[in-house]
Design a protein around this ligand. Structure first.
Ligand SMILES: [Zn+2]
Ligand SMILES: [Zn+2]
Length: 301
């Protein structure tokens, strides 16, 4: 940006009058392709991580069902644990799919056009933020993601495991994903522990449909997977809930940005992410949260 204004030394993407935004450099925004359009980031690393996540969950389901529960002699034990484990696994995968395919809150690309800026009717001295990378007028608390190549409202971080940014519109699904993965990991670990206890002194060949060495390898791999993911996702879950309650995204905590927004109460912040009012749908990845009609753009005076 060749901005000769005296105020240009502050930061690269802040301009002080609409005239300095150089809207002529911005292409007009593309026509809106229906709000129900599918969101999917074409990033090789993210897609690979997403596929690995699904394969690991499917592996756990396979070991739980075919190595541990089906050969077990107690039908009630197998039915209850099988139903619980598979329900949690389906919820985890559904949360993952929705976190991946939900627009996290992308700002329309190239909306920094002359018409749009004029339509804002800025008062003298009013500040707007413009992203030089995607030519959009940035709402407060939005950040540019170099993987998504878009500015994302209330961006927390870009997560390759869900191949998407975690932002205003999909944080609920991401939190549910970490919670359900932590729960199935814990459940799998408990099942493995019980299985070892039950089979330790009895004949291993009656404990599994597979040979004893194969059974042990399946169980040890599941243990590693369970421990790793329980640790990782429970820390992530805690961090996310903390950042929602303190109404500060991961990026804002890292950058130690000065708070320019009104701080909400913990309960209000949770409702903003999970929907209003509080209900069982908070736990469902199939229910779209009602984020309320918050102002699309907030400007700083
Ligand atoms: Zn941007
Ligand atoms: Zn991103």
């Amino acid at each position: 940006m060749k901005n000769s204004s005296a105020s240009s030394h502050r930061t690269r993407d802040i301009d002080y009058r609409a005239g300095y935004l150089r809207p002529e450099h911005c292409a007009p925004p593309p026509p809106r392709a229906g709000s129900g359009g599918m969101w999917f980031i074409r990033d090789g690393c993210g897609i690979t991580c997403g596929v690995i996540t699904w394969m690991l969950v499917l592996y756990a389901q396979f070991v739980v069902a075919f190595v541990m529960l089906l050969p077990a002699r107690n039908l009630l034990y197998s039915l209850v644990n099988g139903a619980l484990f598979n329900s949690l696994a389906v919820l985890a995968l559904a949360s993952h799919a929705r976190a991946m395919c939900t627009d996290p809150g992308a700002v329309p690309k190239g909306n920094a056009t002359k018409e749009f800026i004029e339509s804002l009717q800025l008062k003298p001295g009013q500040v707007v933020y413009k992203c030089p990378k995607c030519c959009s007028i940035k709402p407060d608390r939005a950040h540019h993601c170099s993987v998504c190549k878009r500015c994302i409202k209330k961006m927390d971080h870009h997560c390759p495991w869900v191949n998407n940014c975690v932002g205003e519109n999909n944080q609920k699904y991401f939190v549910l994903f970490t919670m359900y993965i932590a729960l199935i990991s814990l459940h799998a670990l408990l099942l493995v522990a019980f299985h070892f206890l039950l089979c330790y002194e009895s004949d291993w060949t009656k404990c599994s449909n597979f040979s004893p060495p194969a059974t042990v390898i399946f169980l040890i791999l599941l243990c590693f997977e369970g421990l790793l993911f329980l640790l990782f996702t429970s820390v992530m879950f805690g961090t996310q809930v903390h950042s929602i309650c303190s109404d500060e995204t991961g990026i804002e905590q890292l950058k130690k940005e000065e708070r320019r927004w009104a701080k909400r109460s913990r309960w209000m912040s949770l409702k903003v992410v999970f929907g209003h009012p509080f209900s069982i749908s908070w736990l469902s990845p199939f229910a779209t949260p009602d984020h309320g009609k918050a102002d699309a753009y907030q400007y700083i005076v």
